[in-house]
Structure formats: structure tokens, C-alpha cells
Write a new protein. Structure first.
Length: 118
């Protein structure tokens, strides 16, 4: 890393990744990881996030790809743009707070529920 500050931000992004799964209600499967990468792109504008979405969605079958691009992708764009700058949150000060409360406080829209299986 070019500077200590940049190294810290990169490390912090890795540290808070799992918090974001919980905050946005995303599973840790390929669909959830891909949706979270869209949010990360909207938050940090890192091209590698979009590259991860392209690579991840290449592993989807046709049904998963349709679900992702019709439901999760547009939601993730909105969710990432609408919420507070999540890289500036000191999460450790909020462990005691209710999840729904911090979602409202930070403008977080939880992920859409997966469609019911027919």
C-alpha cells in the first residue's frame, strides 16, 4: 500500500465485510457475496468489486442469474447508494444496539427475501 492510511482502509474493509452481511441480511453464498460486492462498489467505488460481481455471476445457472439481475442487483445498487458511508462507522460502539435500530439509523435496506419455491 502506498500509505499507512490506505493500508488501514483496506484492512478495515476486510474487517467489516461480515458485519455488512448481517446488516444487509445477505447469506454468505455466491448470490449473497455477489450482491454485497455491488454494495461495496457503491460505497467504495473500487473496480475490483464489479469484477467480483462479473466473475461471481458467471457461476450462476440461468435461474440464479435471472434472480440476481432482476432482484438482487437493482436492490444492491439502491441499498449501497442510499445508506450512510459505512466505511466511516465505528461498529464496535454499536454492538449493544438492536439490529433493526441501526439499520434505520444508517439507512440500510435489508435484502429482498428469496422467492418461494414452487
Amino acid at each position: 500500500m502506498e500509505t499507512d492510511e490506505l493500508a488501514y482502509v483496506a484492512m478495515r474493509a476486510r474487517e467489516v465485510h461480515d458485519f455488512w452481511h448481517t446488516l444487509f441480511g445477505l447469506p454468505t453464498n455466491l448470490m449473497g457475496e455477489s450482491a454485497l460486492k455491488v454494495i461495496e462498489f457503491e460505497q467504495m467505488y473500487l473496480p475490483m468489486c464489479l469484477m467480483s460481481v462479473i466473475g461471481g455471476s458467471a457461476g450462476f445457472n440461468e435461474k440464479q442469474r435471472k434472480l440476481f439481475f432482476q432482484n438482487y442487483f437493482p436492490w444492491a445498487v439502491r441499498a449501497g447508494m442510499q445508506c450512510t458511508d459505512l466505511m466511516c462507522v465505528y461498529y464496535e460502539q454499536h454492538y449493544h444496539e438492536d439490529l433493526d435500530y441501526v439499520r434505520r439509523k444508517w439507512g440500510i435496506i435489508p435484502a429482498p427475501a428469496p422467492p418461494k419455491q414452487a
